[in-house]
Design a protein around this ligand. Structure first.
Ligand SMILES: O=P(O)(O)OC[C@H]1O[C@](O)(CO)[C@@H](O)[C@@H]1O
Length: 248
């Protein structure tokens, strides 16, 4: 389950190869995308590859995991802005191809239903990329989220708001709520890659390894998935027992 790479760039190379191959084989590939610092080197490498190979993205679709409630797409900390800045704009993905929950729609519950309906129409994304929060959240599915959840509004935990506070000027500016894809929708992807890099992710990787399937640890839901790979760098793998690690 755990594949250990020397560093974050090696993980980015591996995922870029895999995603590029998938798109070449299936031009209508649907990608589930994540945000956060972990994804930055991955999108940087993917962007280089797309440009170098002039990979045809005209038929792909993308679905992001989550968005903060209250942040407009042009807010620098919105996840829409993150995706535009790190990937979408440079590779020329068109508005109709990319999907993120709307954080400023007047009816958030309706937005969740609409997003869930769009995901249901795709019927399981081809590849889902995931980061992991230090409390084990995936997307913004915080501990205690039912594993059969679909897209929903979530109240962010104090821990998550503090972790993400590094991107905001003041802690009070960190949104209190978000819309996130649910765990059932994440699990419906055909392949899932959970990525964790850095020593600050070593504790949660050890917890994930030791835990049974437990709603208090959202990422443990992934253990039910037949095509999950957890990609870690050496620092994030530090507390894992040697016998569970495949080193590449
Ligand atoms: O990659 P980071 O910045 O450590 O974030 C980990 C996870 O937390 C989130 O940023 C949400 O808190 C996710 O988008 C991400 O997958």
């Amino acid at each position: 389950m755990f594949v250990v790479f020397s560093n974050a760039h090696a993980i980015a190379d591996y995922l870029t190869d895999h995603i590029a191959q998938q798109i070449r084989t299936k031009p209508t590939t649907s990608l589930g995308l994540a945000t956060g610092s972990t994804m930055e080197p991955i999108y940087a490498r993917l962007l280089q590859r797309i440009q170098a190979e002039a990979l045809d993205l005209s038929q792909i679709t993308t679905f992001n995991l989550d968005e903060y409630i209250g942040l407009a797409p042009d807010h620098p900390q919105s996840y829409f802005y993150f995706m535009q800045h790190h990937l979408f704009a440079a590779v020329g993905l068109q508005p109709g191809q990319v999907h993120l929950p709307c954080g400023v729609c007047s009816d958030a519950e309706q937005e969740c239903q609409d997003y869930a309906a769009k995901l249901a129409r795709v019927g399981g994304l081809d590849i889902q990329l995931l980061g992991i929060g230090s409390n084990g959240h995936i997307g913004f599915n915080e501990p205690g989220t039912p594993f059969d959840s679909r897209t929903h509004v979530v109240a962010l935990s104090e821990k998550t708001r503090r972790d993400n506070g590094r991107f905001f000027e003041r802690f009070e500016d960190v949104p209190t709520h978000a819309i996130t894809m649910g765990i059932a929708e994440i699990l419906s992807a055909k392949e899932i890659f959970l990525v964790a890099t850095g020593r600050h992710k070593a504790d949660i990787m050890a917890r994930l390894y030791e835990s049974g399937i437990d709603e208090q640890l959202p990422a443990s839901a992934l253990k039910q998935h037949a095509h999950l790979r957890v990609l870690v760098d050496e620092a994030a793998a530090e507390l894992l027992p040697t016998h569970v690690k495949t080193v590449v």
